[in-house]
Design a protein around this ligand. Structure first.
Ligand SMILES: Nc1ncnc2c1ncn2[C@@H]1O[C@H](COP(=O)(O)OP(=O)(O)OP(=O)(O)O)[C@@H](O)[C@H]1O
Length: 260
């Protein structure tokens, strides 16, 4: 069955971001369609993380705007962006190493917890029922990611590839419409990369989550992405299907280092 790509869910319009004299991003526009796997690639320092940080509300670009599900935002905190339905994972894992897998993934539910701390502390009535529902959802994610055997294990004791999977689970627990993945395969061996690719595609397929990812491994990017944006020195030099991008002269020369 071919997958159904929907309308534009995230629209990046003419974003420019400067740090002092450094133009990290110059007039970048691209869109992401619902249910797509969209990659952002480019050589080191191209502006990929900066782009993700603009979408995520970590950086506020000097120019341009981002529209998510028809709602335009230019000054938004990371928390507000997350509440709108944009989740993310981090290049350098942002997990609590001493906490168990299940508790780490539970932290992704924070956005959805409605009862106040007082009620939670006393575990009364609605708070207890709510906590049970969140735990059920988290257990569902744990089954889905095939990490049942490590539910109670402190995250810091797991191999790196599994820690990345827990990080994916934590982002998934937020039930985001769009998930931003910052180098999900970084530091992984081949088998771990294959596993992670499969889980990303399964999340996309079974949870219907739209995926935006930064990734250095070209094989992975070309395999799992529907469309790819290419940045170089903060400018967009390519945008299209993996096939189109692979044959784009400007992209080829940027990667071969002959373009500069
Ligand atoms: N907080 C910051 N302060 C100053 N300059 C920054 C900051 N963040 C990024 N830059 C600069 O902006 C440019 C783009 O960096 P960015 O990290 O977005 O690139 P990248 O494509 O993600 O690189 P990499 O693949 O190496 O992670 C670089 O020149 C970088 O030095």
């Amino acid at each position: 069955m071919t997958k159904q790509i929907g309308d534009v869910i995230l629209d990046v319009n003419n974003i420019s971001l400067r740090f002092g004299g450094v133009n990290a991003l110059t007039d970048i526009s691209f869109n992401v369609k619902e249910h797509e796997v969209r990659a952002i690639i480019g050589p080191n320092g191209a502006g990929k993380s900066s782009m993700l940080n603009c979408i995520n509300g970590v950086y506020t670009p000097q120019e341009g705007s981002i529209t998510f599900r028809g709602q335009k935002f230019d000054h938004m905190s990371s928390r507000q962006v997350a509440e709108m339905g944009i989740g993310r994972t981090f290049q350098n894992l942002a997990l609590f190493k001493g906490m168990s897998v299940i508790d780490n993934i539970m932290t992704g539910r924070n956005l959805h917890i409605k009862s106040n701390l007082f009620m939670q502390a006393l575990r009364i009535g609605p708070a207890q029922r709510e906590e049970e529902q969140h735990r059920e959802y988290v257990e569902h994610i744990i089954d889905f990611l095939e990490i049942q055997a490590f539910r109670k294990t402190p995250v810091g004791q797991l191999p790196y590839g599994l820690q990345k999977r827990v990080d994916l689970g934590r982002a998934l627990a937020m039930e985001p419409k769009v998930m931003l993945l910052d180098e999900p395969m970084a530091g992984m061996n081949l088998e771990e990369k294959q596993d992670m690719s499969r889980f990303i595609l399964d999340v996309n397929d079974e949870f219907g989550t739209t995926i935006v990812l930064i990734e250095h491994d070209m094989g992975v990017v070309m395999d799992i992405s529907d469309r790819v944006v290419v940045l170089d020195y903060g400018k967009k030099i390519g945008d299209g299907t993996p096939e189109e991008v692979r044959n784009n002269e400007e992209v080829i020369s940027a990667y071969l280092g002959t373009g500069h």
